[in-house]
Design a protein around this ligand. Structure first.
Ligand code: SIN
Length: 512
């Protein structure tokens, strides 16, 4: 099939139609931009599924310094303090941006923003929209704003498959579209592709989110940071369906308890109990399940009668599963929910590859450290989109002559069991090495599994190298913190080389 080459005349391309991509496009206006989305805008973006809202210190008892200190505490020594400070201090302006764009936030009878509580926040500071439908409402407003901005050209149904390079810098995007491959020639590209939930069997994310942005960046030679830090949400509704319906932390914020089949609140010995940070609650639930118990969320007493009204999305998921939260316990288990690591970026969203920016979950700004504080990610996406747009505007477009090769669409099906087994809530060196060995040949192939496998291999290698437990990365063979908290960095070439070394070493020796 012939390759159609389209010269964008200097326009940048944003890949991804979630909150990060849409906000970047809106902040760029009136500079013309092309926004590439695999699905129709609003469909299949994990942003639209967000129940929790945006963390922002607006309460009378709150201030950005407290938000910062909660963020750093949750991040378990690995947040980039300056990045975290700048982002939480910019949160208020981000909420104003969204309100200005038409997001209808939930308000008190007096007209102020209603503030919810989520785990590890010392104050009520979660702004919601449409109750537990926050992401949906934000996306509604942003999609409408994008559609009515004439300088934003939205191209739906195209999957970005490779970044074309020339002289070490970005020269274009190769995408598969309904009529075949197309090469979009541009010197400026923003990745806003979301996370990696589709690489795991148990996830609360759309299954199509399988690390495409990480693969695009890695194959272009970018450095990726802190990939081993993957957040598991403790309260996904347990049942046969995948992805798993999320039961927002806000439900525990309103008093719901975690119990086992005997009715025991087994978290009562954990500091913070149900509202301890997400990594701690996820591990406690995981271990209790592994010990042969069943685990449930109990909303009957609190939030009680207001549950269905305040959490309609969750109530509807329960209804579909035949559970009446007013009478029944809700079965839960941890599920992959968010990726703290990503493409290493500075605060302008610049990656290590000239001409390439990243924004939102695909990027690693350093805000989240080893464990993201709940509802900090939508705030980060909205705040950073402005900075990315400013940086893009300040970077002149250069004419390019891209060279590209063809590439099939990504399919993580055979990779999923490998990551689910080795890179879950509890990890150990033996399982990580086995996963890396199995992922290497898949990553070296040129087929639908190779990009998901390349992403999995990079994660397995850095998880193996981090011989400590910190935040969401828990090694049963290295249960303590290392003396010094350090970030991890990796490139695809380094991961492939490490994978080959591992494959060449005798199994028994490499297990030591
Ligand atoms: C939740 O509502 O529990 C999820 C919020 C988040 O992941 O930030």
């Amino acid at each position: 099939m012939s390759l159609h080459v389209l010269d964008l005349g200097g326009r940048p391309v944003i890949i991804g139609g979630g909150i990060a991509g849409l906000m970047t496009a809106l902040h760029l206006a009136p500079e013309p931009v092309l926004l590439l989305s695999r699905s129709p805008l609003g469909a299949d973006a994990s942003s639209a599924w967000a129940q929790g809202g945006l963390a922002v210190s607006l309460g009378e008892d709150d201030e950005p310094a407290l938000h910062l200190s909660d963020t750093l505490a949750a991040g378990d020594g690995l947040c980039d303090v300056e990045a975290a400070r700048l982002i939480v201090y910019a949160a208020r302006a981000a909420i104003e941006d969204l309100a200005h764009l038409g997001v209808r936030f939930d308000r008190t009878p007096a007209g102020g923003l209603r503030l919810g509580l989520e785990a590890a926040h010392s104050r009520r500071r979660i702004v919601h929209a449409d109750g537990d439908g926050s992401g949906r409402e934000v996306m509604r407003a942003l999609v409408a704003a994008v559609r009515s901005t004439p300088t934003i050209e939205v191209v739906e149904g195209f999957e970005a498959r490779r970044l074309a390079m020339e002289d070490g810098r970005i020269a274009g995007v190769l995408a598969n579209g309904p009529t075949g491959p197309v090469l979009l020639a541009t010197g400026r590209v923003v990745l806003a592709t979301g996370g990696i939930g589709g690489l795991f069997h148990d996830t609360t994310n759309p299954l199509g989110s399988c690390g495409q942005g990480l693969a695009l960046a890695a194959r272009a030679g970018a450095t990726l940071a802190d990939l081993e830090f993957i957040q598991f949400h403790p309260t996904a509704l347990d049942g046969p369906g995948r992805p798993m319906p999320l039961i927002s932390e806000a439900v525990r914020g309103e008093g719901a308890t975690v119990v086992d089949e005997t009715g025991r609140r087994f978290l009562d010995g954990v500091q913070g109990a149900e509202l301890a940070s997400r990594d701690i609650v996820a591990r406690a639930v995981w271990k209790h399940l592994a010990d042969g118990h069943r685990v449930f969320l109990d909303v009957r007493e609190k939030p009680g009668a207001t549950f269905a009204q305040n959490f309609p999305t969750i109530a509807s998921a329960c209804g579909k599963a035949g559970i009446d939260p007013a009478r029944d316990l809700m079965p839960i288990r941890p599920a992959q929910h968010y990726h703290m690591g990503g493409v290493a970026v500075d605060l302008a969203g610049r990656t290590s590859v000239p001409g390439l920016w990243a924004c939102g979950e695909v990027a690693s700004t350093g805000l989240h450290g080893a464990n993201r504080l709940a509802s900090n990610s939508l705030t980060e996406a909205v705040v950073c989109a402005r900075w990315v747009a400013e940086s893009l505007t300040g970077t002149p477009a250069c004419r390019t002559k891209p060279i590209a090769s063809d590439c099939p669409s990504a399919d993580p099906t055979i990779v999923r069991p490998l990551l689910s087994r080795a890179l879950g809530v509890l990890r150990n060196g033996e399982a990580l090495k086995a996963a890396a060995r199995a992922l290497l040949p898949l990553a070296e192939r040129k087929d639908a599994a190779s990009d998901p496998a390349a992403v999995g291999l990079m994660i397995a290698i850095v998880a193996l190298r981090r011989r400590e437990s910190r935040g969401a990365h828990c090694r049963t063979d290295f249960p303590d913190h290392a003396a010094v908290a350090s970030h991890s960095e990796i490139t695809l070439n380094a991961a492939l080389a490490a994978g080959r070394d591992l494959a060449a070493s005798p199994v028994l020796e490499s297990l030591s």
